[in-house]
Design a protein around this ligand. Structure first.
Ligand code: WT7
Length: 638
C-alpha cells in the first residue's frame, strides 16, 4: 500500500506558492494529478476532471476507486503505526485524557464499522450522527466512510425538531448518539433529544448509543443498542469498501436564504485530495507537531480539519470536548501547554469572547509550543486579530485567516503559515487551484483594486459540493444561477492592489452568528409559529462577541398578552425549532413591516436600522406605507 508522503505536495516558500498557483491555473488536471498520486487508489482514474457549471456537474478522478478511511488509517500503519493519531481532552480538566495511536484508531474504526454492518448498514445508507465531542464521534465517522455509508453529522446543539428535519430529509436508516453529554457546566440529555426526534422519523431502524455520562436512558427494545455491548461481538478488522471517487462521502446540512436547511453533498476522491493538500500547506504541519482545531465535528471545519485533513497526512489531531470558558477562561491555553500544541485553529467569536475576559487569563501559560495560529468562520476584526497576534502568538506566530464554506469542503483563500505576507482582516491569496473573481451587480468582472464586489469562483476545485441532497435544482439555483458560468459564494469581498482578498460578509439573507449560519427565513418561520405573531422580518446587526446578532422585527395581533411574555415565548420557540444558538438577541414589536407596493419586505431598510444607521435608509419613496419606517426607527433597540 502506498504510504503517505505529504512532503511531496508541501509548499516551502512564497515563491514556490506563486509557481504552484500559476501551474494549477494553467494546467489544473496535471497539477491535481500530481497531488493525487500521493494517495492510495485501488484503481487509477481515467480522466482527472469533467465539469459543467451550467448543469451543474463536476467530477474529479473519474472512475478511480478508493476508500478515504484506508487513506486516513491503513496507509500509515507501516511508518506511523505507533504515532499518536488522536488526543482527546475531556470537558472536565480533572478527568483523564485519552490517546490513540494510528494502530489503535485503525482497530477502533474497524470495530465500529463491523457494528454498523451487523446492524444492517451498508454502502450508500445514510447514517445520522448526533453526538458530543468524544472519540467515538470521530471513530463512527470514519467507520461510515470505511463501509461506504454516507454520514450526516448533526451538531449536538440543534434541537430535536431540527434533528428530525435532517433525519427525514436524508432518510437515515440509523442514528448514532450517546447517553448524555457534558459541555462546560451543562449536562445535556442527548439520547432523550434523539428519542423525541424519532417520534416523527420512520426511516430509522436502529439507534446505536455510546456510553459517555453513564446516565440511565430509555432503550427501545429492538431499535436501540448499546455500542459497548455490540462491540464485544465483532472483530476489529473490517475490509474497506471499494468506493468510486464520485460516490457520496457525506451530507452536511447548512442554512441558506430559504426556510429549509439544505444537505450539502461531498464525494470521496476530490474531498480527500483537497482537504489533505490544504491542511498540509495552510498549517505547515511538521511530522511531530500536534494540531488542534477547536471546532465541533458537527460543522464542516471539524469534518475537514479535525478528522480528514489531519489523518490523511498522518498528523496528530487534538479533539476537545468542552468550551473555552469553563472552568475558567484560561482553558484553551492550559490545553495548549498541557500537550504542547503547535498549530491552533479557532474562530473569531471565541477570540473576542476570551478577549473580553482579559489577558490575565493567559499570564500563567507559556504558549511556547505554538507555531501557527488560524481563524475561520467569519470576518475577523482588527482588534481581535491584534489581540490574537500579541497575546496568544506573542508576536511570533503567523496568523492564517482561512476563508471557505461548507460548500467548498476545504480552505479556499488563506495565507500559508509563515510563508505568505499577512495583513490583518485580509484572508489573503487564493490557494492553488482556486480562481476567485469579483463581479458587479450586472455580472461584469471587476478588475480594479479596492472595489467591493460579489465573490465568485470561476473553476471547479476538487472538493466543490456536488449537489444538495435530493434536490439538484436547488443546488443549481443557489450557487450556479446568479452569475452564469460561476460558483457564487454568497459573500462580498474586495481585493487590494497586491491581489489580497478581504471578505466583507454575506450579501444574501444569511446571518453569521458566532461563525454559524442561519437563514433569515428559517428564523422567521419559527417566529411566525407563535399564535400572537402576524408576521416578522429578521436581520443581522453588529454584535461585539458574536460578530452578528439576530434582530427580529415582529408584528403582533391585538391581544391582552404581556409583551415580555411574548418575547420569552418567541425565544422558546426558537430553542425548540432550531436550538439555543438561533435565539434572537433583540425583538422589536412594530406596527408593520416596510414593504414595496408589490408586497416585498424591504430588508435593506431593516438592516440599516439594526445597524444603527437610520440616517442612511436611502430611497423609501417606493414604499407602500413610509410612515411605518418612522415608527420602527423611533422604537429601534440599537
Ligand atoms: C461562511 C461560510 C468554513 C468554515 C466555517 C463556516 C463566512 C468563513 C471566513 C473568513 C470571513 C468567513 C463567510 C462564508 N466565513 N470563513 N475567514 N473570513 N468570512 O462555514 O457555515 O459554511 O459559513 O462563513 O461568510 O460564506 P459555513
Amino acid at each position: 500500500m502506498k504510504q503517505a508522503r505529504p512532503e511531496a505536495y508541501r509548499i516551502k516558500s512564497f515563491e514556490e506558492y506563486q509557481e504552484k498557483y500559476k501551474e494549477s491555473i494553467e494546467n489544473p488536471e496535471g497539477f491535481w494529478a500530481s497531488v493525487a498520486e500521493n494517495f492510495h487508489w485501488k484503481k487509477p482514474w481515467d480522466r482527472v476532471l469533467e465539469w459543467d457549471f451550467e448543469k451543474p456537474e463536476v467530477k474529479w478522478f473519474l472512475n478511480a476507486k478508493m476508500n478515504i478511511s484506508e487513506n486516513c488509517l491503513d496507509r500509515h500503519l507501516e511508518n506511523r503505526g505507533n504515532k499518536l493519531a488522536l488526543i482527546w481532552e475531556p470537558n472536565d480538566p480533572k478527568e483523564r485524557f485519552v490517546r490513540f495511536t494510528y494502530r489503535e484508531l485503525y482497530h477502533e474504526v474497524n470495530r465500529f464499522a463491523n457494528v454498523l454492518k451487523k446492524n444492517g448498514i451498508g454502502k450508500g445508507d445514510r447514517v445520522c450522527l448526533y453526538m458530543p465531542m468524544i472519540p467515538e464521534l470521530m471513530i463512527a465517522t470514519l467507520a461510515c466512510a470505511r463501509i461506504g455509508a454516507v454520514h450526516s453529522i448533526v451538531f449536538a446543539g440543534f434541537s430535536s425538531t431540527a434533528l428530525a428535519d435532517r433525519i427525514q430529509d436524508a432518510s437515515a436508516r440509523m442514528v448514532i448518539t450517546s447517553d448524555g453529554m457534558f459541555r462546560g457546566a451543562k449536562e445535556i440529555p442527548v439520547k432523550r433529544i434523539v428519542d423525541e426526534a424519532l417520534e416523527s422519523c420512520d426511516s430509522v431502524e436502529h439507534v446505536i448509543v455510546v456510553q459517555r455520562t453513564r446516565w440511565a436512558v430509555d432503550m427501545k427494545e429492538g431499535r436501540d443498542k448499546w455500542y459497548h455491548v455490540e462491540a464485544r461481538e465483532v472483530s476489529d478488522e473490517c475490509p474497506a469498501e471499494e468506493m468510486d471517487s464520485e460516490d457520496m462521502l457525506f451530507i452536511l446540512y447548512t442554512s441558506g436564504s430559504t426556510g429549509k436547511p439544505k444537505g450539502v453533498v461531498h464525494s470521496c476522491g476530490g474531498y480527500m485530495v483537497y482537504t489533505a493538500y490544504t491542511f498540509e500547506n495552510v498549517f505547515q504541519y511538521e511530522e511531530s507537531d500536534i494540531f488542534w482545531c477547536t471546532a465541533d465535528i458537527g460543522w464542516i471545519t471539524g469534518h475537514s480539519y479535525i478528522v480528514y485533513g489531519p489523518l490523511l497526512n498522518g498528523a496528530t489531531t487534538l479533539m476537545f470536548e468542552g468550551v473555552p470558558t469553563w472552568p475558567d477562561p484560561g482553558r484553551f491555553w492550559q490545553i495548549v501547554d498541557k500537550f504542547g500544541v503547535n498549530q491552533f485553529y479557532t474562530a473569531p467569536t471565541a477570540i473576542r469572547a476570551l478577549m473580553a475576559y482579559g489577558e490575565e487569563h493567559l499570564y500563567e501559560y507559556s504558549l511556547n509550543s505554538l507555531k501557527v495560529l488560524g481563524t475561520v468562520g467569519e470576518p475577523i476584526n482588527k482588534e481581535a486579530w491584534d489581540w490574537y497576534h500579541i497575546h496568544v502568538g506573542r508576536n511570533r506566530c503567523p496568523i492564517v485567516d482561512t476563508w471557505w464554506q461548507t460548500e467548498t469542503g476545504g480552505i479556499m483563500i488563506s495565507g500559508l503559515g509563515g510563508l505568505s505576507p499577512m495583513k490583518a482582516t485580509y484572508a489573503g491569496y487564493p490557494l492553488p487551484g482556486v480562481l476567485p473573481k469579483l463581479l458587479d451587480e450586472q455580472g461584469q468582472e471587476i478588475r480594479e483594486a479596492e472595489r467591493e464586489g460579489y465573490l465568485v469562483i470561476a473553476r471547479p476545485w476538487p472538493s466543490i459540493l456536488r449537489t444538495t441532497y435530493g434536490d439538484h435544482e436547488r443546488c443549481k439555483l443557489t450557487y450556479f444561477s446568479h452569475f452564469k458560468g460561476y460558483y457564487f459564494t454568497g459573500d462580498g469581498a474586495k481585493r487590494d492592489k497586491n491581489g489580497m482578498y478581504r471578505i466583507i460578509g454575506r450579501v444574501d439573507d444569511v446571518i453569521n452568528v458566532s461563525g454559524h449560519r442561519f437563514g433569515t427565513a428559517e428564523i422567521e418561520n419559527a417566529i411566525n409559529k407563535n399564535p400572537h405573531v402576524i408576521e416578522s422580518a429578521v436581520t443581522g446587526y453588529p454584535h461585539p462577541i458574536k460578530g452578528q446578532g439576530i434582530y427580529a422585527y415582529v408584528v403582533l395581533r391585538d391581544s391582552e398578552e404581556d409583551e415580555e411574555n411574548i418575547r420569552a415565548a418567541i425565544r422558546e420557540t426558537l430553542i425548540k425549532e432550531i436550538g439555543p444558538i438561533a435565539k434572537p438577541d433583540l425583538i422589536q414589536f412594530v406596527p408593520g413591516l416596510p414593504k414595496t407596493r408589490s408586497g416585498k419586505i424591504m430588508r435593506r431598510i431593516l438592516r440599516k436600522i439594526a445597524e444603527g444607521e437610520p440616517g442612511k435608509l436611502g430611497d423609501t419613496s417606493t414604499l407602500l406605507d413610509p410612515a411605518v419606517v418612522e415608527e420602527i426607527v423611533k422604537g429601534a433597540l440599537v
